[in-house]
Write a protein that binds this ligand. Sequence first.
Ligand code: GDP
Ligand code: IMO
Ligand code: MG
Length: 427
Amino acid sequence: MPALVLLGAQWGDEGKGKATDLLGGSVDYVVRYQGGNNAGHTVVVGDQKYALHLLPSGILSPGCTPVIGNGVVVDPSVLLSELSGLNERGVDTSKLLISGNAHIITPYNVTVDKVTERFLGKRKIGTTGRGIGPTYADKINRVGIRVQDLYDESILTQKVEAALDGKNQLLTKLYNRRAIAVDQVVEELLGYAEKLAPYVTDTVLVLNQALEQDKVVLFEGGQGTLLDIDHGTYPFVTSSNPTAGGACTGSGVGPTKISRVIGILKAYTTRVGSGPFPTELFDEDGEALRRIGGERGVTTGRDRRCGWFDAVIARYATRVNGLTDFFLTKLDVLTGWEQIPVCVAYEIDGRRVEELPYSQTDFHHAKPIYESLPGWSEDITKAKSFSDLPKNAQAYVKALEEMSGAPISAIGVGPGRDETIEVNSFL
Ligand code: GDP
Ligand code: IMO
Ligand code: MG
């Protein structure tokens, strides 16, 4: 049986948590492969609402094994509090597996994230301040701390020393902060070792053996395509690879095992943090999308920037991820507009451009070229099949599909599990 990837096709917050939870009941494993607790995935089950940051959304499906892969960065204190929060609400988390090769977000990584942003001033990225970038930087610089290091005090101490050597110079001499003591960090990290021990394993072996036994593995992306360190709007990106290739490197499952790549696509566009956003709205339409769509970050509580749907970005997501399907979310939010503009191309320095420009300068200058599609006013939240949708809503979905380059196989008409129209089956 196949492995599937589910990822964000825009700038994050597309509704990956809901989509993952929906499939969670039919798959054996749900795997996070990158990012960390910068993610905020909301899942609504009946009258219960869950905000997951580090745990895969499959944790809410009893038959499913949630896995934190080697590509994820783990803040142990956040993980433990997320686990106990779910336990208090009666969710069984005992099946969780964590890769021993996943890197740990240490307290000094969080400090460095915050001081670096402050130092950047108006050039700041607008990070979530969770230590994500500095932790991946340590990984690439080969001074990272991995989950397995918690089980060898001597190695852990040596590694923390190596990591703090340079950082303390920076903190004290450049950023005017106090030096961080090695002993204190080691003591804090050792304090997590026993609590995490039951979950830590060789997840690469587990996942590959599961696939050999015809189990279904679903990879749940954090963030989104345009936040990808390689393929996103660099430098206004996160420090990992949310795109489909990241599912392989972040889990140790080869690309030949992946049979389907599903892009989660919001029926309009949002972005949190700094960086270019051609269809961003600064008027009352933007305000209405934010209000009706509840566009406020689950992780940092920041208002999300809102704009119309951008087909150039959707096409780009199809290309760089090799998308086989889209899951269109939040169509219900667009109910009530008489006309809905959709960006079909950009104008850059007087030229019409159909594809995402590779040049950062061009993208910063891109102005949206809109086509207006007729809206609908009927409530669509109870629609169960495509034919239940008003004709104009059907036409909107079909137009987006045509422009975006992959079939729309599911449509979200509300936050709940059952507020979904299945067009083609994913499994
Ligand atoms: P994620 O980070 O991609 O998992 O997305 P978030 O959870 O950060 O943001 C998506 C928000 O939209 C959440 O509050 C979801 O409950 C909600 N949501 C997801 N799908 C739909 C939908 O089809 N309609 C509506 N109205 N809300 C949705
Ligand atoms: P989910 O999984 C939206 C953004 C931040 C910032 C940039 C870098 O819920 O879709 P970081 O802390 O990662 O170094 O910040 O990336 N960002 C997200 N935006 N949704 C997310 O996650 C995000 N995770 C990071 O706002 O602009
Ligand atoms: Mg989110």
